[in-house]
Design a protein around this ligand. Structure first.
Ligand SMILES: Nc1ncnc2c1ncn2[C@@H]1O[C@H](COP(=O)(O)OP(=O)(O)OP(=O)(O)O)[C@@H](O)[C@H]1O
Ligand SMILES: [Mg+2]
Length: 244
């Protein structure tokens, strides 16, 4: 269970996040949408423990999240792969930090890459991979350490529509197997409906949650074709239009 309690954060006296509170169950996912620059990435940093809130706190499984919360994986806006490391080394990196032995690291990294649909590229460098392939590697790296929470910052925004839909499906498939809760920031309402069991709409800066939608059709592979999806998208669009 993830809980955020009254998180606030300012930069240089300017409020970015204003009393953000929400909770997320162990078998849930949360999609966050909000205007550009409102503070979504900042919120993910606070939830990962990489940055500290000015006030308020976040908890995972009852433990306060801080710099030593190694059970949380974050995928940053630009994939965050190390260009001088090969694909397999990039994926295995987190396991090394966890103290997993070399042989097991390689085995687990390879299995994870296969699960993400990118086999046979282990020895290549990220620069030789397409954007979609690099994103698969980044997701493999996040999952391989068996995190208790995943944070994804617009992971598919730079991909073409088809690659994007494929990767959304891959993420959903892996989630169904692992049931690792995730928080995903996106600019796409469509993506929010596909990947969020709950969808939180943020206001413009300083960001605070203005609405949280339940998405009963979440997990359905053909959710895009359902009546419920059309309705939810319409509601989301109205909420967003009124705000921004
Ligand atoms: N380290 C920092 N120092 C100063 N200001 C910052 C810092 N990080 C973010 N900001 C400011 O905080 C605000 C929120 O930034 P943030 O990156 O969280 O927005 P965002 O919602 O993720 O935007 P986008 O949708 O464009 O990715 C912006 O105005 C940004 O300039
Ligand atoms: Mg951002």
């Amino acid at each position: 269970m993830l809980t955020a309690e009254n998180l606030s954060k300012s930069y240089g006296g300017e409020a970015v996040l204003d009393n953000v509170s929400f909770s997320l169950g162990a078998d849930e996912t949360l999609a966050i949408v909000g205007p550009s620059g409102c503070g979504k990435t900042t919120l993910l940093y606070l939830l990962s423990g990489l940055a500290q809130a000015d006030s308020g706190a976040a908890f995972l499984g009852g433990r306060r999240i801080d710099r030593t919360s190694f059970d949380i994986s974050i995928i940053l806006q630009d994939y965050g792969l190390l260009p001088w490391r090969t694909v397999i080394e990039n994926v295995a990196l987190g396991l090394k930090i966890q103290g997993v032995g070399a042989k097991e690291r390689t085995e687990r990294a390879r299995e994870q890459l296969v699960e993400l649909g990118i086999a046979g590229r282990d020895a290549e460098f990220p620069a030789n991979l397409s954007g979609g392939e690099q994103q698969r590697v980044a997701i493999a790296r996040a999952f391989v350490s068996r995190p208790r929470l995943m944070l994804l910052d617009e992971p598919f925004s730079s991909l073409d529509a088809l690659t994007r839909e494929r990767l959304q499906r891959t993420l959903l498939d892996v989630w169904k197997k692992r049931k690792v809760p995730f928080v995903l920031v996106t600019h796409s309402l469509d993506e929010a409906v596909v990947l969020g069991k709950r969808i939180m709409v943020m206001s413009s800066r300083p960001a605070r949650p203005v609405a949280v939608f339940d998405n009963p059709g979440f997990g359905d592979e053909s959710i895009r074709d359902t009546e419920g999806c059309f309705k939810l998208l319409k509601e989301l669009r109205h909420t967003v239009e009124d705000l921004w």
